[in-house]
Write a protein that binds this ligand. Structure first.
Ligand code: ACM
Length: 691
């Protein structure tokens, strides 16, 4: 039948109107639309559609679940209720969310089909629909609901009438199954409290793997009932009892986070030999290592005593830790003890083991048998990749993304940590743009499936319980977004905008990254006024990568980590924003930017005069005196440059050269920190010279 022309036009018109209306009501993904851009969601969900209207939070806000899938869901719902109450000051009538909470009268309904298993690959998807009259959270598992609660908390907004949740429909699921944070508790021990608050931070960012680096040269941190000498002689008394470990495991399980213990073998193992020297590859005695680096002591892979010990110890740990994976380390074995040991050399000859890497593969295969016997799968750092290792092991790539792709190509499951070393004090932007599976990846579709995700790594040579949160957060939130959100979510400015909000929200979980700053500054000034010191430390950062170890300072496990460099943030927000201002001004020559730039420069120029006396009276700050003066001097230069640009007077080349030389010197580290506004000022000076 031929359609009648009039009807077709009519139908077409209706379709166009319908599409137009649909666009008006729903709009597109978060990162591109204005209305949605005001949301502060991190990680960005897979799909966000704004609705119209607002759900008002009132004391009668009440939460219930349609189906009882277990206490984890109720506990998380109750925590959500408390956090909403604490933020808003609203006295909710509901105390706890329980199986007795009535779904018919609830303003927020959770529709969750089953209890999830905290294992690799579990469904964590959820959808959240908010209308003016109702909040509905639905998911396959309670783990999905937990992720949804965090999104809901991030949606809380404020207007003239009070607190509300914007009408929205969110459908969300993670891009990667493995979204981890490794915390090293060997170099500096971290209490259960530190671990718990970081687990809360992880949960807030939808991360799901806590990799617990429990042993290294500087300490073995678990209680062993089979080998009590381990905690007695290898930990300085800083270890977790098995009861404490169970407490952490339960806490993580309650937040949908897997816990993977790492025992770093066969290298990075000096501490073990303080109790068991006979297992090392050279005669003892041994003491716990106090310095940082790569050391020689290594398990002897050629004696049966090693495997008898590891069988019993790992058996005990396999029973304690429920996750199907156990991390055996495997990194940075320098092989020196192996090469120098005649008995080991003879063993290699007899068994036709070609080199130390092959000997480590032999060791790893023996370990694999032990782990398999105890029901565990093996994961290790990328050094464990060897043709003799089966593809059932998981490779954690840290030396470069190449190792990740190589492993994936060869059929191994792999995770990426290279580029996520937060102890290297790099920017959130750097980590954010690092992708386990970049858009231009040349891997086959099959190989891509082997890439499970990644982990941020918090190595602990230069952190204490007081500073560790500030080295993890907020930058790890940007990494968490990389692991969860669609790969095309890469707007750096928007990431920073949201990171600020998330950073402040993380404090409600007890994280100390922000609040310890003032406390550390007070200690530095001996409780004098901290305003001038803060102005200064706000624009410095610790030196990057491993430079702190190569500037004439030898750090040990007992070195103070309380200096200006430790108080300084890994990434200076003030310096980053100042850099952007200068960038904009140099391009647009706009008065608004110039005004802001001059305001900053004037404060910095006058700051040294205020700080000098405080530094003088605080010997711990003496190492910063030169840099504080530098900040004043270069700010004066920048003000001159700004005035020339403003008045259109071109600077003489000799002036430009002279000032650029001064600026180059101001880039030199002081007290192991760097002044982060120098490049922007160089840009101003060059612009004054007409460049
Ligand atoms: C490592 O950073 N040595 C794994």
């Amino acid at each position: 039948m031929k359609p009648d022309k009039g009807k077709t036009t009519m139908r077409l018109k209706n379709t166009i109107i319908a599409i137009f209306l649909a666009l008006l009501v729903t709009s597109a993904p978060l990162h591109s639309e204005e209305g949605i851009a005001s949301l502060n969601l991190m990680p960005v969900p897979k799909s966000v559609m704004l609705g119209s209207g607002k759900f008002r939070l009132t004391p009668s806000f009440a939460v219930a679940a349609k189906k009882d899938v277990g206490k984890r869901l109720y506990a998380a719902a109750s925590r959500t209720l408390r956090r909403l109450s604490d933020r808003t000051g609203l006295f909710f009538l509901q105390d706890f969310v329980t199986s007795r909470s009535n779904p018919d009268s609830a303003s927020m309904l959770i529709d969750c089909r089953r209890k999830g298993n905290v294992v690799l690959g579990e469904d964590e998807s959820y959808s959240l629909t908010i209308t003016p009259g109702k909040v509905e959270l639905s998911s396959e598992t309670d783990l999905g609901a937990l992720r949804g609660f965090e999104t809901l908390l991030q949606l809380l907004s404020i207007d003239d009438e009070g607190y509300y949740l914007p009408a929205v429909t969110i459908n969300d699921e993670p891009r990667f199954l493995w979204r981890g944070l490794m915390i090293d508790v060997s170099r500096h021990f971290m209490s259960v409290e530190v671990i718990k608050r970081n687990l809360d931070g992880m949960a807030a960012l939808k991360m799901n793997v806590f990799h617990w680096h429990l042993s290294d040269d500087q300490g073995v941190r678990v209680e062993s009932k089979k080998f009590p000498k381990l905690q007695e002689l290898c930990s300085d008394g800083f270890y977790y009892t098995q009861a404490q470990i169970k407490e952490v495991l339960a806490y993580a399980e309650d937040r949908g986070i897997r816990v993977i213990p790492e025992f770093d073998l066969p290298g990075h193992s000096t501490a073990w030999f303080a109790a068991f020297p006979g297992l090392a590859s050279a005669p003892g005695p041994y003491t716990i290592e106090r310095h940082w680096g790569i050391f020689d002591p290594t398990f002897n892979p050629t004696i049966e005593a090693t495997y008898r010990f590891l069988d019993r110890f790992l058996g005990e740990m396999a029973f304690l830790f429920p996750d199907e994976y156990l991390h055996i380390g495997g990194d940075e074995n320098n092989g020196k003890q192996w090469s120098a040991n005649k008995q080991i050399q003879a063993f290699m000859k007899k068994h036709r083991i070609a080199d130390n890497h092959a000997l480590q593969a032999y060791f790893n295969n023996r370990l694999l048998k032990i782990l398999t016997k105890h029901g565990k799968k093996m994961i290790g750092w990328d050094e464990i990749l060897h043709p003799q290792m089966p593809t059932t092991i998981v490779i954690q790539s840290w030396r470069g993304p190449k190792g990740l792709f190589e492993a994936a190509r060869r059929g191994y499951k792999a995770i990426l940590s290279n580029g996520y070393y937060i102890d290297l004090i790099q920017s959130a932007e750097f980590h954010y743009l690092n992708d386990p599976l970049p858009a231009d990846s040349v891997l086959t579709e099959e190989a891509k499936k082997n890439i499970l995700g990644g982990e941020a790594t918090s190595w602990a040579e230069l952190v204490t319980p007081e500073t560790i949160d500030s080295r993890i957060w907020p930058r790890t939130a940007a990494i968490a977004e990389r692991f969860w959100s669609p790969g095309n979510v890469r707007d750096v400015d928007d990431m920073y905008r949201r990171l600020d909000v998330i950073s402040f929200r993380l404090e409600e979980l007890g994280l100390t990254h922000a609040k310890n700053y003032d406390m550390m500054l007070r200690r530095l000034t001996n409780n004098a006024d901290i305003i001038a010191l803060k102005t200064f430390i706000d624009v410095i950062e610790p030196v990057k990568i491993y430079k702190r170890h190569s500037q004439g300072v030898t750090y040990t496990q007992f070195s103070p980590l309380t200096r200006a460099v430790d108080a300084a943030r890994p990434e200076s927000k003030t310096a980053r924003l100042f850099g952007k201002l200068v960038d904009r001004f140099v391009k647009k020559k706009d008065g608004a930017s110039l005004g802001e730039i001059k305001a900053h420069l004037t404060v910095w120029k006058e700051n040294d005069a205020k700080l000098r006396d405080i530094i003088h009276r605080s010997p711990i700050l003496w190492e910063m005196a030169t840099m504080s003066k530098d900040l004043a001097d270069i700010s004066a230069i920048a003000l001159e440059a700004a005035a020339m640009i403003e008045t259109g007077k071109k600077a003489e080349q000799a002036w430009v050269d002279d000032k650029l030389a001064i600026l180059e010197k101001a880039k030199l580290p002081g007290g192991q920190a760097e002044l982060m506004v120098v490049s922007a000022i160089q840009q101003l000076v060059s612009a004054a010279g007409g460049k």
